[in-house]
Design a protein around this ligand. Structure first.
Ligand code: NAD
Length: 507
């Protein structure tokens, strides 16, 4: 069993530079899903304070936009150094706060480091085109300028990495950032902000308020979304959240980067390497206790190999160690809270009622930790892709279905509202290329012989349809954080007009 978590957490937070008064006397209870214990009571941001924080960020932006981008990159480089130096501590705090196993907590911080490195390089590569003009002695070009205050709303399950994908790019692009972290993960946000403050102090001339933090739930998120001083909001969370946030941003013509729910599938073809499939499917479906947006939730298995694969998957599901995520050897930590467990159970009841055959799904460790919610991952063999299967239940449930023709598997693969991540397992080149082609997967992420989760920051991340259409990371994501201007320059003495228009005015 993990040592006294409130004490361990307090010590970690201190080492990460979080002041004690940020942790007590507030109304936001920060809990660990490992035991259900309250770790701290964080003060929430009042509407007046939110207004002031956004105002300070706006002021900071006015100064920051004048700083040359490579110098802005220096701040992100220093922040990356802080993250490197504190990777183990921050990673452990991620594990404590949201229940990821230690390797995944550290992996989340590694992803922050990776995007910082990426952004530092990018700070010398913010470029526009020069464009041929139809007019003599004219030149056209595009220039990219900082946008303003970038709002970031993040989900509990990647409490810090997804913020960093946005923030590292937004900062080198010359923006200020105001962050509304998940109300289920306030501590990692405070720790990240403290490391950022250290980096800013080391650099010396960073304007105050360049990173603002709004602590609390939906209401303070709404304040960020409604604020006319915030021209861009990147919001990560459920599709329901995106349905509320997207139209509000649209109303005021603000930009939205929406990273919403997924319902990711894999297709296992007859030629697939089943050893690899078992490992890939186990990680993608059970990793992070099924609480990744890219978690594998639906698996279409060809008739010819179904009976060979299913017992192997069932074996992996039975043998995965569910328990304390800080303990060595654990593969599956707790669900975030009782509501997540209840949603899982009600999905399994519905699966059985629809004729599904379910193994797993039981609560574990209730005796040891009555206030925590551990569940054995569930494998549900389904006769059809019911409404239940087409919904995202944010828990470790893998629905398995048979298929006979690839056409049919592809049709069912795409017949859900979400469009985030997808995989095909095959050694047949034709099948793989069909999956990646225009008639194949309709997702933002389509993989071959690897599960749908565990993306690298070098590629654009995001999905289509009810996943929101946003993209973060990858080669050109930076453009989303800048405004683009087209410039036409006349270096001659005449004034030819475009499209041959004549407008001869006398004087
Ligand atoms: P959630 O929708 O409950 O909350 C996400 C964030 O949005 C929180 O910070 C919350 O306070 C805020 N919020 C909620 N309603 C809001 C509103 N009306 N206005 C402003 N802010 C609001 O999601 P969650 O339970 O924290 O995370 C799980 C969900 O997030 C899953 O659906 C998962 O698939 C999705 N997710 C998607 C991605 C992606 O990149 N596509 C990444 C991680 C998580």
């Amino acid at each position: 069993m993990s040592p006294n978590l409130p004490e361990t957490t307090a010590a970690l937070l201190q080492r990460l530079g979080v002041a004690g008064d940020a942790l007590g006397g507030g109304t936001l209870a920060a809990r660990t899903p490992i035991t259900g214990a309250v770790l701290a009571r964080v003060p929430e941001t009042t509407p007046a304070a939110a207004e002031a924080i956004i105002g300070r960020a706006q002021e900071a932006f006015l100064a920051w936009r004048r700083v040359p981008p490579p110098r802005r990159g220096e701040l992100v480089r220093l922040f990356g150094e802080e993250l490197r130096a504190h990777k183990a501590e921050l990673g452990r705090l991620v594990s404590i706060e949201v229940g990821k196993i230690v390797a995944e907590g550290a992996g989340e911080v590694q992803e922050m480091i990776d995007i910082c490195d990426f952004a530092v390089g990018l700070s010398r590569q913010l470029h526009g085109l020069t464009i041929a003009s139809e007019r003599p002695e004219h030149r056209m070009m595009e220039t990219w300028h900082p946008l303003g205050v970038a709002g970031v709303i993040s989900a509990f399950n990647f409490p810090v990495a997804v913020w960093s994908w946005n923030a590292a790019l937004a900062l080198v692009c010359g923006n200020a950032v105001v962050w509304k972290p998940s109300e289920k993960a306030p501590l990692t946000a405070l720790a990240t902000a403290a490391l950022f403050a250290r980096a800013a102090a080391r650099m010396g001339d960073v304007p105050d308020g360049l990173l603002g933090l709004l602590m609390g739930g939906r209401a303070v998120g709404e304040a960020l979304v409604e604020d006319a001083r915030v021209p861009l909001v990147s919001a990560t969370g459920s599709t329901a959240m995106g349905r509320a946030v997207g139209p509000r941003l649209g109303q005021r013509f603000a930009r939205a980067i929406l990273e919403l729910g997924g319902n990711n599938a894999g297709i296992v073809c007859p030629s697939a390497d089943l050893d690899l499939v078992v490992r890939a499917v186990a990680f993608a479906a059970m990793g992070t206790a099924g609480q990744r947006c890219t978690t594998l939730r639906r698996l279409f298995v060809h008739d010819d190999i179904y009976d060979a694969l299913l017992p192997r998957l069932a074996g992996a599901w039975r043998s995965a160690t569910v328990g304390d995520p800080l303990a060595e050897g654990t593969l599956v930590g707790p669900l975030i809270d009782g509501a997540a467990f209840a949603a899982m159970q009600s999905a399994l009841v519905e699966a059985r009622a629809a004729g599904g055959r379910v193994v797993g799904g039981e609560r574990e460790h209730a005796q040891d930790w009555p206030d925590a919610w551990y569940a054995r991952p569930a494998l549900a063999e389904m006769p059809a892709q019911t409404d239940l299967v087409a919904r995202e239940t944010f828990a470790p449930i893998l629905y398995v279905m048979r298929y006979h023709t690839l056409d049919d598997a592809l049709r069912r693969h795409n017949a859900v509202p979400q469009g985030l991540a997808s995989s095909i397992f095959t050694t047949d080149l034709r099948e793989a290329e069909r999956f990646l082609g225009p008639e194949g997967s309709d997702c933002g992420i389509a993989n071959v012989n690897i599960g749908p989760s565990g993306a690298e920051i070098g590629g654009a991340f995001g999905g289509e349809k009810a996943t929101g259409g946003g993209r973060e990371s990858g080669a050109d994501a930076w453009r989303g954080y800048m405004r683009r201007a087209t410039n036409t320059i006349n270096y001659g003495r005449t004034l030819p007009l475009a499209q041959g228009v004549r407008f001869d005015v006398g004087d």
